[in-house]
Design a protein around this ligand. Sequence first.
Ligand code: 5GP
Length: 211
Amino acid sequence: MSPLVRWSRPDTGALFVVTGASGSGKTTLLREAFEVIPDLAFSVSATTRDMRQGEVDGRDYHFVQPDRFDELLAEDALLEWARVYDNRYGTPRRPVVDALARGQSIVLDIDAQGAAQVRESFPQCVSVFILPASIDVLETRLRARGTDSDAIIRRRMDQVHEQIGACGSFDYLVVNDDLATAHRTFQAVFLAELQRRSRRPSLVDRFANVS
Ligand code: 5GP
């Protein structure tokens, strides 16, 4: 995918919150959106979970020990946080506040509990929920991986129900049935939000205020 060129940058960035149950294709959709849409920053979360193969500390996550996570909470350094499976995840507040102050857009890839907290502190955020074609599709995918026991799959499916049950609080729902369509719809949300007149006062000055 080639990036958009001759991009007319908005004056004010947006805070995007992207949520979806595991297996919904959220990571794939996000990866292409970052390639195509200029000026999007990714919020790197802190997590207590172990690093997976291929992940890079500081790029995918800030991998921290549980006591460091406790410190971050005590310092009020996290904009939101949640326990997902057996680990804790949180969004460092500073980079988000700084990006928005610079007029840059920033994307948070977080779970539904975290999204609810962000909505509280930043009601102007734009939240997007990625839905699968059906819940059965997710279960079939989890089983097809063949890596998890029945008990783990059941636990993950409980989480899936919990996450998907929150979709009614999000601004946009993107159904990932056909991947090509999902990419286009997902990117359309970002592109449309960034063209909002309220983010583009300098364009209004240039074109609407000429006499
Ligand atoms: P994973 O361990 O597979 O990378 O992520 C598990 C889940 O944690 C995903 O749904 C992801 O969106 C969520 N997550 C990642 N970072 C954060 C965060 O900073 N806050 C919250 N609330 N959830 C997060």
